[in-house]
Design a protein around this ligand. Structure first.
Ligand SMILES: [Zn+2]
Length: 338
């Protein structure tokens, strides 16, 4: 049915110890697990997320960065920036977060299942090779993708990031590369400020970064339209052997940190398109938790996403929505035949 990875250590990372109003609370993960437990885990196989090694982290991050987080955590913790906190338990939590993404990827590539979900914290997609930021310490999905390329025989991996914030860390990790296609949908004009349509990667990697910013207030129609008419056709041309999703759920209409208007079922509808893409390619599909700060909406969205990954529902076709999709398609088609 699917492989579900998590670890109790991921509950121990708590930025509220230092900033009581911080939105990234362990309750997010507890809400997900309460809901899934109430649904008998949807029949998925639950596995413990093992810790990543520091060598794994250094596939993407500098040694200096890994050491600085470890040392800050060992010293009792502190603020890295006004959003990003490290506590005594945070380094260990971050090792299990990245390790979960790596273990899921390894299991999927070994053929143990076709789909996976990693319910881990802290999230990762804002962490750049040499710095933590935006609640993120290490870029879990980037480390897993790089491990797949370097050690598990994958030649082309795709990372699709549907978190409402731009995944700047993942883009920076792979912006000069052609073997990892990074595609993200995100709300324009909010944190971290990067991710314009014009940024298509750099040097040899030009065309292999695709940023699809959407305006505040965007609803499901636009998100699905961009997936169907831009993301899926590009992915079909790229022919990924592995698809990883940076699965943030903060584009939900209930989320306090952004202004998009997706429903819980919208994430499942996006997941259906990715599942069909992955099946058609024979590529495994794994999702890794990023943001999502309204715990009830987050838990419902995760459950519906997992159901879709495991085969419920069908990918529905939508009319190309609005000018935005056409603009994005014409921009991206300079590199890809759309
Ligand atoms: Zn986010």
């Amino acid at each position: 049915m699917g492989l579900y990875f998590s670890h109790p250590a991921c509950l121990e990372h708590d930025p509220r110890e230092q900033m009581p109003s911080h939105p990234d609370s362990p309750e997010r993960l507890r809400a997900i697990e309460r809901r899934l437990a109430g649904a008998d885990w949807l029949g998925w196989e639950r596995r413990q997320a093992p810790p990543a090694s520091e060598a794994d982290l250094e596939l993407v991050h500098t040694r200096r960065h890994v050491e600085s987080v470890r040392e800050l955590s060992a010293a009792g913790g502190g603020a890295i920036d006004p959003d990003t906190y490290v506590g005594e338990a945070s380094f260990r939590a971050a090792l299990h977060a990245a390790g979960g993404a790596c273990a899921m990827t390894g299991a999927l590539l070994a053929g143990e299942d076709e789909v996976g979900f990693c319910a881990i914290r802290p999230s990762g997609h804002h962490a750049e090779p040499d710095r933590a930021m935006g609640f993120c310490l290490f870029d879990n999905v980037a480390v897993a993708a790089e491990l797949a390329i370097r050690e598990l025989g994958v030649e082309r991996a795709m990372i699709f990031d549907w978190d409402v914030h731009h995944g700047n860390g993942t883009v920076e990790a792979f912006r000069r590369r052609r073997d990892v296609l990074v595609v993200g949908l995100h709300q324009q004009g909010i944190y971290p400020g990067s991710g314009s349509l014009a940024d298509m990667g750099s040097g040899e990697g030009e065309g292999f970064t695709i940023n699809l910013p959407v305006p505040a207030g965007s609803e499901e129609d636009l998100w699905l339209s961009l997936i169907e008419h831009v993301v899926v056709p590009v992915a079909q041309s790229f022919e990924p052997q592995l698809i990883l999703v940076s699965a943030g759920f903060d584009a939900h209409r209930d989320d306090p940190l952004a202004g998009c208007r997706l429903e819980s079922a919208s994430f499942a509808r996006m997941a259906c398109h990715l599942r069909e893409l992955a099946r058609a390619r024979g590529a495994p599909l794994g999702a890794v938790l990023e943001g999502g700060y309204a715990p009830a909406a987050l838990a419902e969205s995760v459950e519906l996403t997992m159901r879709a990954l495991a085969g419920e529902g069908e990918a529905e076709s939508a009319a190309p929505e609005a000018l935005l999709t056409a603009d994005a398609a014409s921009h991206v088609s300079r590199y890809w035949e759309l």
